[in-house]
Write a protein that binds this ligand. Structure first.
Ligand SMILES: [Zn+2]
Length: 271
């Protein structure tokens, strides 16, 4: 497993990832849903808002003004289910700092409507809440952090079946996060391992990679020999999570040269 620290409830250092939820899209009795807090020095970015992010955030003792920006990779409930309660938390805990939430553009108006429905009126908030549409390849700057969203094929099947009848947001993104010379890839949900290629075009310091929408062999063979310093596997499909010792042995065999870990909820990974 190399030198990766993966300490539950550990103290966050200057540059770290806190895995608030490593569960997949099924109801999880032992894992929370997708939510990841990236800290680059003083810049904090929350990537996805799966349940129960509000409770995990509060339990982490973090101030509500700390989050600089929120990214929502796509609109499946395991990635946005905790958003309303997090906004209620920002309201009631008295957040004051402006907040931009980046998400697939087609979701912005319905999500605003959800906030209205949940009585989270703009006038109640002591901070300015902005929504911005993610655009493939278009750089987002959050202070000293550069974030590039790349489209994934995760929702392509759903789009083909339903876009004529339903006005959903069928876009889904993975992300490259860069700060100084550090480069972090975050898969969010993929359609196939090939979706990762834009993130792998240059060496990565850390790749946070899902393992739910393909077999472990498929993703491990795609990552084998790539220039990645460390990999944290998250979002394992229930069947793989229940067979974790076997999956660990497979990964050790197929990725002999890349330190990797299978993160649990609460894991803090330094980078
Ligand atoms: Zn998911």
């Amino acid at each position: 497993m190399g030198r990766m620290s993966n300490t539950r409830g550990g103290k966050m250092r200057t540059s770290s990832l806190t895995c608030f939820g490593v569960g997949d899209g099924l109801p999880c009795g032992d894992r929370h849903h997708a939510s990841f807090l990236y800290r680059f020095g003083k810049t904090l970015i929350l990537l996805d808002c799966g349940e129960p992010i509000d409770g995990s955030f509060k339990a982490g003792g973090l101030g509500y003004d700390l989050i600089d920006s929120i990214l929502v990779s796509h609109l499946h409930a395991d990635h946005i289910g905790g958003f309303l309660m997090l906004m209620q938390g920002c309201w009631l805990e008295g957040r004051r700092k402006d907040l931009t939430v980046h998400m697939p553009g087609a979701a912005i108006s319905p999500v605003r409507q959800m906030m209205e429905t949940a009585l989270l009126f703009d006038e109640l908030l002591k901070f300015r809440l902005r929504f911005a549409p993610l655009k493939a390849g278009r750089l987002i700057r959050v202070r000293d952090v550069r974030i590039t969203p790349f489209p994934t094929t995760h929702l392509d099947g759903l789009r083909a079946r339903f876009q004529k009848r339903h006005r959903g947001a069928f876009d889904s993104y993975c992300f490259l996060l860069e700060s100084g010379r550090r480069r972090i890839g975050h898969s969010a949900d993929l359609g196939s391992p090939e979706d990762l290629e834009p993130l792998l075009a240059r060496p990565l310091d850390l790749l946070v990679c899902e393992m739910a929408h393909f077999t472990p062999e498929e993703i491990l063979s795609r990552l084998r020999g790539r220039r990645i310093k460390r990999i944290a596997f998250v979002h394992l499909a229930r069947g793989y999570w229940e067979a974790l010792p076997k999956i660990r042995r497979l990964a050790a065999r197929m990725l002999p040269d890349i330190p990797h870990t299978f993160a649990k909820d609460g894991a803090v990974i330094q980078f």
